[in-house]
Design a protein around this ligand. Structure first.
Ligand code: PMP
Length: 441
């Protein structure tokens, strides 16, 4: 009997024995194509020797030193590298152990920034209905995913959620994408005015939505308008790139493609590529100097912040992305994947939308393409597709999302950046097996 506490208590999971490139292998020798990089984590694939050697070398030097006393070489170098490529005036890096920690740190920093500046009434966070920022209680409060929140209310923060930028569901007939992007962003201004601009501390959003609805990119101009609104009211912009960042959408930072830079940025997942647990919060020089010239102390911290072995992994991963020119590869392989998805599912009666950027792609399943009606929740379509695809040897990331009480089924694909053309074909074949078995059940 296992003493592991699994997420699904009835699950009996195979045991992983190893991994090679885009595949995971269990103890029975069965191979699984990692079509979602776990959860958009394994961007370099499995068994990357350069990263493994970098972690080992750091472990031989020193595994851990508490950051209250000492900094470390890999942490310093990783921070330099991240800032060298970062958009806007992002200038400081706070290293953590994962995405939820990055989101918590971001929310607390936004609050402390306003307090340091004497604007103590600014405590309200605005986020979006279709979002996920992590499972710790602050990050969960910020996220708008009803399914993940429902058992934990009332949550902690003073906060509210506006509609997501989600053109498949929210754009009106005849409305251009640009007009929709503007209208969708203007919902933030309305909400700031409703709450009272002097009370709002920050707006938090994922540039490309991941874990709540597969790979939903913003409409053109949406984030530029969001940036203008934030600036107009002194509201900080927090972008959560935990899932969509680190090259996943075809640029190192996802927001580059929308021509905006945030005040605070969260990254994780692809930063360590699964070789170590690591995440980071980046902030602007302005925010940092408000803390520096105020209390001089960020009132936050976890034991493992800036862990040297994790930082060594992050440094090796980002270095590999740049040196091996993997980000242009994400663009070409991402287009190739999209083309194959269009060929296979473009006319499928139950595929409502195919979308995404780079190697971050989403499929939305519907009972009826005309009305966009989702399948009933009792069908448990996403869960069945996950199971059937897994049986066929594919790891993908199906999910059910609730927005305004409507439930829809989505599949997120986020394969390793090294994926070859033949493996893209294998992915699409096995996905089709999973989808057809799920629809038939
Ligand atoms: N933010 C986003 C956008 C995420 O997708 C996730 C994880 N899916 C998190 C935060 C939380 O990250 P973690 O699971 O590493 O705590």
């Amino acid at each position: 009997m296992s003493h592991i506490f699994p997420r699904h208590t009835k699950a009996h999971l195979p045991v992983v024995a190893g991994g090679e490139g885009c595949y995971l292998i269990d103890t029975d020798g069965k191979r699984y194509l990692d079509g979602s990089g776990g959860a958009a984590v394994s961007c370099l694939g499995h068994g990357d020797h350069a990263v493994i050697e970098a972690v080992k070398a750091q472990m031989d030097r020193i595994a851990f030193a508490h950051t209250s006393f000492l900094t470390s070489e890999p942490a310093e170098k990783l921070a330099d590298l991240l800032i060298e490529h970062a958009p806007g005036t992002l200038d400081r890096v706070y290293l953590v152990s994962g995405g939820s920690e990055a989101a918590e740190a971001a929310i607390k920093l936004a609050r402390q920034y306003h307090v340091e500046k004497g604007e103590t009434q600014r405590g309200h966070l605005i986020a979006r209905k279709q979002s996920y920022h992590g499972n710790t209680i602050g990050a969960l409060s910020a996220g708008g995913n009803e399914w993940r929140r429902q058992q934990f209310g009332p949550l902690l923060l003073q906060m509210s959620h506006i509609d997501p930028c989600y053109e498949y569901r929210y754009r009106e007939d005849g409305e251009s994408l640009e007009a929709y992007g503007r209208r969708s962003a203007d919902a933030l201004e309305e909400e700031i005015l409703r709450v009272g601009p002097e009370k709002v501390m920050a707006f938090m959003a994922e540039p490309v939505v991941g874990a709540t609805a597969g790979a939903v990119p913003p409409a053109p101009g949406y984030f530029k308008r969001i940036r203008e609104i934030c600036d107009k009211y002194g509201v900080l912009l927090i972008l959560d790139e935990v899932m969509c960042g680190m090259g996943r959408t075809g640029s190192l930072y996802a927001c580059e493609q929308d021509g905006v830079a945030p005040d605070i940025l969260c990254i994780a997942k692809g930063l360590g590529a699964g070789y170590q647990p690591i995440g980071a919060m980046l902030c602007t020089a302005e925010i940092y100097s408000a803390i520096e010239s105020g209390s001089g102390f960020f009132q936050h911290g976890h034991t493992y912040v800036g862990h040297p072995a994790a930082a060594a992994a992050g440094l090796a991963v980002v270095g590999a992305m740049i040196e091996r020119e993997l980000i242009p590869r994400v663009q070409t392989q991402g287009e190739a994947l999209m083309e194959k998805l269009r060929e296979r599912f473009g006319q499928h009666p139950n595929v409502g939308d195919l979308r995404g950027r780079g190697l971050f792609r989403g499929i939305e399943l519907v009972a009826d393409r005309e009305t966009k009606a989702p399948f009933p929740p009792e069908k448990k379509l996403a869960a069945t597709i996950k199971k059937k695809a897994f049986e066929a040897g594919l790891i993908c990331y199906p999910m059910s999302g609730t927005i305004d009480g409507k439930l829809g089924d989505h599949i997120l694909l986020a394969p390793p950046f090294i994926i070859e053309d033949a493996q893209l074909d294998e992915l699409v074949d096995k996905l089709e097996t999973g989808i057809e078995a799920g629809l038939a059940s």
